[in-house]
Design a binder for this molecule. Structure first.
Ligand code: SF4
Ligand code: ZN
Ligand code: ZN
Length: 309
């Protein structure tokens, strides 16, 4: 927050200086700027067409809360929207997340649903983590992706919107790059189209918006979000790398955005051409659930079996 500075657009007191864009904005103009940027991202990457039904995944953290609020502003008159929260069953963290989700949905008057992992699969994330030796976030991520997709199919939605921010995308890009995971790099896109009847298209409206901006948006618009991190977040290597990227941005403002845009507009296109021409990996359907997989049994079914054994 800055003192004595003026908004670049209206000359009233500025609330935030966005170094990467070189502009200072008051509260009102920051909200407009945020919504406009999200609308531009949606248009640029052709994420949503009018009349499409969109499921908005909301964890209760600042990113998904800001996304839900802004998406509702942009799409409420043209699209059918439903906010969905997954109850992970991680003690107080999940209880608080659920309450915050209910509050924001009633505040903005959006259709909503809470889906419980325990009710659907018979175990919570806590129980799954105790039973399987694997990094907690990789277990949780796999289960969350599947349950959201299953529910999206049941609802017959066209798109699933997730709260992945610019910081998340750059973090995963670096991790996948360091590990040389070309298949994962190829999946790092603002929109993942429907390539199989059982996979609903996914979009990332916050693709070019940072964590700091979602936090400021929540603050200015009085949107409550879960501030206490998930108990498993602390040990997550992903979060540690994210912090290093934030330091990079401090040293050289604009780094995150140029890294992501250069990847999306140049490197991804080149990789796709080169790699897809060279590989002809056959996509099977999992013999247990029918989801696409390169193996006989998909990663989700294997994980579920381990948890339930
Ligand atoms: Fe799940 Fe990890 Fe996020 Fe916690 S920090 S909600 S375990 S992905
Ligand atoms: Zn202003
Ligand atoms: Zn399967």
């Amino acid at each position: 927050m800055i003192k004595r500075n003026r908004c670049s657009l209206c000359k009233s007191k500025a609330f935030i200086f966005l170094k990467y864009a070189g502009i200072k904005l008051c509260k009102e103009h920051f909200t407009i700027y945020f919504i406009n940027r999200m609308a531009k991202t949606i248009k640029k990457y052709q994420m949503i067409k009018p009349n499409e039904k969109v499921l908005i995944g909301v964890s209760g953290g600042k990113d998904s809360i800001a996304m839900l609020h802004a998406l509702n502003e942009i799409l409420k008159d043209t699209n059918e929207l439903i906010a969905v929260h997954i109850d992970l069953g991680i003690n107080e963290y999940s209880t608080e997340s659920r309450e915050i989700f209910k509050q924001i949905c009633s505040k903005i008057g959006i259709k909503n649903k809470i889906v419980s992992i325990k009710k659907r699969y018979g175990f919570t994330i806590e129980e799954a983590i105790k039973r399987v030796k694997r990094p907690p976030c990789s277990i949780c991520g796999l289960i969350k992706r599947r349950i959201l997709n299953e529910y999206a199919i049941e609802l017959g939605v066209d798109k699933i919107a997730t709260g992945h921010t610019l910081d998340d995308e750059v973090t995963y890009l670096l991790i996948n790059y360091i590990d040389g995971k070309i298949d994962m790099l190829l999946k790092r896109k603002p929109i993942l189209p429907r390539i199989h009847r059982k996979l609903v298209a996914r979009i990332k409206p916050l693709y070019e918006i940072s964590d700091l901006e979602t936090q400021i948006y929540c603050l200015i618009n009085n949107l409550k979000y879960v501030e206490k991190p998930c108990p498993y977040a602390e040990d997550s290597p992903t979060l540690k790398i994210k912090k290093i990227i934030m330091q990079l941005e401090e040293i050289r403002p604009g780094t995150k955005l140029s890294l992501l845009r250069n990847f999306t507009n140049k490197i991804h296109i080149a990789l796709e051409r080169y790699y897809l021409e060279k590989t002809n990996e056959k996509i099977n359907e999992c013999i247990k659930c029918g989801y696409p997989t390169s193996q006989k049994v998909c990663a989700f079914c294997k994980l579920k079996e381990k948890i339930q054994s």
